[in-house]
Design a protein around this ligand. Sequence first.
Ligand SMILES: [Zn+2]
Ligand SMILES: [Zn+2]
Length: 425
Amino acid sequence: MIQTIRGFRDILPGDTALWQTIEKTASQLFEDFGFQEIRLPVIEKTELFARSIGEVTDIVEKEMYTFPDRKGTNITLRPEATASVVRSYIQHKMYAADPIKKLYTIGPMFRRERPQKGRYRQFYQINAEVFGISSPFIDAQLILMLNELFKRLGLTDLTAHINSLGCPECRPTFHQALLDFLTKKKDRLCSNCTRRMDKNPLRTLDCKVPECREALKEAPTTLDHLCGGCSDHFDTVKTTLEKQGVDFIVDKTLVRGLDYYSRTAFEIQTTALGAQSAVAGGGRYDALVKELDGPEMPAIGFAIGFDRLAEVMEQLKGPGKVKAPDLFIIPLGERAMEKAYLWSSKLNLKGVRSETDYAGKSLKALMKRADKLGAGHVLIAGDKELDENALVLRDMKTRDQTTVPSDDPIDNIIKILTDKGTIRD
Ligand SMILES: [Zn+2]
Ligand SMILES: [Zn+2]
């Protein structure tokens, strides 16, 4: 038997019902805020991620699925979406007519992380990115929109964590302060951190090794080194969130795992799965469009971890449900079988979830099957019912029975089911 590759999984019908709810709720809300959907390839040139995410990161160093294609070009299964959205924005000169673009995309990402419960090597994200607006209002708006999405999905127990990571103007002084601090603590840091500290000292701040975390507790923070512009920007984000009634915590330790962020960084965290974990995160990346050979262009975005969000929702609301048929047609005998099939298809075309039997089973067996499927009604069509031009329509819940003529059952069935309100959406 061939099975999925380690770290990969199938998302089965019960789960997809829940996933569809999330997708619909998100796209509806995002479109109300002026976002448009784009769909991107899952494979890109390796260079795109090396240049955008940063060479000295866990993702690029250890986790990417990179391989040469048959002509020898290095290609990578995308580990995140922002780089691809930026690439697309630049490639199609989306800035030409109007630099402001609000884009969202939903799809799979790939990282070769250590497989563990709730973590997959193919995982899904909903991404939203805004180009061309440097105002802190848009930072607040993205956090407001995320907050609203989770509210609509029935999630409670969420906190927005926000931080400012500074800009090219104020970052050098922060880097120097951090480097001085790290040099003093060098012998207490793991080999990964000591190797990275010169090239990318910021990365040490999200090292997972407990000894490093302990040693870095007193490390200098970006907030202590913000320039005037960054400081004003962050203040406006905070006061705007307050005015819009969005709760948040200023979290000086929030650095996000990627190189391209500047100024506002944020995460929406939950404790619904026990330990504190992020269901969404993002930030401003004002330098990235230019770094990837586009024009100077402010930008900000976020990613929602779809798999974790679905897990949280399942925890709170129970598993998603496979949709049950509105009607199960029970044909008894050769003559009824063809009619049942034709009626059932006709009902499907008219938006009724109808099923029937194709194997000539007994009434008892088919009643059992209809029950198991959770069908709202059954329609019994045997020789006797056909001869008498009176099919039996039975409500599976109330056990009420009515008859419908066999020469024209479709409209009658639709009318009865609609009147009872049992045709579900
Ligand atoms: Zn600054
Ligand atoms: Zn470390």
